[in-house]
Design a protein around this ligand. Structure first.
Ligand SMILES: Cc1ncc(COP(=O)(O)O)c(C=O)c1O
Length: 406
């Protein structure tokens, strides 16, 4: 049994008060926000709204201090070594593009090899595909096996690579990749490693130093925080060797007519007015997750996932993708129902106020690999319980009735 009181947790989320029958199963797209996060954003605008790092008046100093405190919270949350390693971006996508522009354009040369996997989200696929084209580099792709796990025999491809860019958790298959092992392999081969942590960080304890990746990218909005803020973690040494990718105010130490000098880390990468209210809200989200305990969250989601896998498998004609063992996956379940198009299923479930995702989930290469035009996806978080899974299963059965499939 999980020791999380889901009914109590739900009370913190105003969306469930305002929409009591809502069964929200799309947290892999974006999570809901607790009142504590909304209050923190509100308090910023109500009491100390000012631009950060600029004014020398009281409220600007307060805003700057609270903003920088969140950097320290993020550092501790992911066990980074210093605040210099924590860069505020807009989202995971921008974090990855920062690495592609600032590190990739500088270091990837003609004939070099970049390795990704077939399960990457477009955010961690397209930048490397485009960089490879631009530089005349090779893009090699680690395939999956029948279980939806990375094919170990393809790890050979990492030999001789300059960069491995890999997701921690697949946003479709739910597969939890052994990034510690992959980092070791890549480093032994002389490659740098970027881990896309968008789907792992909301759900499990992350220790970036232990993973030993060079970069780790994630978004605030999938972990109870506001939209508009993401993080790029980078090892200090590697960030020193990375060029800024956005120029402007705050990222400079000196500007002259002929030349400019960059600010120190992490500010070198933070150009222009940052999303201060979102950063402050992210701080409240980290506090909230910290109180629940990431180990408890992971345990709770494994219980729900196991229950969902079992219940969904019992329904005739439901095909589930990804590992069957909840230890090897996170709470994201992509599936199809024979005879019911994923979009029709999502519409029918919506009539029962059950929100799931349908489509390619920004992972078209993976869907092509699985020979699927689209799939349905249910994803779980701290406010979901077994009753939500039951409602999902009832909806699937209803859809089958409507489409007269057994
Ligand atoms: C694995 C993965 N990577 C990257 C992203 C992109 O995140 P964002 O849209 O916040 O940049 C997502 C979003 O769904 C994701 O699931």
């Amino acid at each position: 049994m999980s020791n999380m009181n889901i009914d109590k947790i739900k009370e913190d989320f105003p969306i469930f008060k305002n929409n009591p029958t809502l069964v929200y199963l799309d947290s892999a797209a974006t999570s809901q926000r607790p009142q504590q996060v909304i209050d923190a954003v509100n308090e910023f605008y109500t009491n100390y709204n000012a631009n950060v790092h600029r004014g020398i008046y009281k409220i600007s100093e307060e805003a700057s201090e609270k903003f920088e405190n969140v950097r320290t919270k993020v550092r501790d949350f992911i066990s980074a070594k210093s605040e210099q390693e924590i860069i505020f971006t807009k989202n995971t996508t921008e974090s990855i593009n920062l690495v592609m522009r600032g590190w990739g354009e500088k270091n990837i040369k003609k004939g070099d090899k970049i390795v990704i996997s077939i399960m990457e989200h477009h955010s961690n696929f397209v930048p490397w595909q485009q960089l490879a084209k631009q530089k005349g580099a090779k893009l090699e792709i680690i395939d999956i096996n029948e279980e939806g796990e990375l094919k170990e025999s393809d790890f050979e491809k990492i030999k001789g690579a300059k960069l491995l860019a890999i997701t921690h958790v697949s946003n479709v298959l739910g597969t939890l990749n052994n990034v510690n092992k992959l980092c070791k392999l890549a480093h032994d081969a002389g490659a740098k490693v970027l881990v896309d942590g968008a789907q792992s960080i909301p759900h499990m304890q992350i220790d970036a130093s232990a993973i030993d990746c060079d970069f780790f990218a994630f978004s605030g909005h999938k972990m109870l925080g506001p939209t508009g803020v993401g993080i790029l973690y980078g090892k200090e040494q590697v960030l020193e060797e990375t060029d800024p990718f956005l120029y402007g105010g705050d990222m400079i130490s000196e500007v002259h007519v002929e030349e400019s000098k960059w600010n120190e880390l992490p500010f070198k990468f933070e150009s222009g007015t940052p999303p201060a209210s979102s950063v402050i809200g992210l701080g409240a989200a980290i506090d909230y997750l910290g109180k629940l305990g990431m180990e408890n969250i992971r345990k709770h989601e494994q219980i729900i996932t196991q229950y969902a896998l079992q219940k969904m498998t019992e329904i005739n004609g439901v095909n589930i993708f990804g590992p069957k063992n909840p230890e090897k996956r996170a709470g994201v379940i992509a599936f199809t129902v024979n005879g019911v198009h994923p979009h029709d299923l999502a519409s029918i479930l919506d009539e029962y106020n059950v929100a799931i995702r349908s489509g390619h989930h920004c992972a078209m290469p993976l869907h092509e690999r699985l020979a699927l035009p689209a799939s349905s996806r249910a994803s779980f978080y701290i406010y979901n319980d077994k009753k939500d899974v039951d409602k999902l299963c009832d909806g699937i059965k209803e859809a089958k009735k409507i489409f007269k499939v057994d």
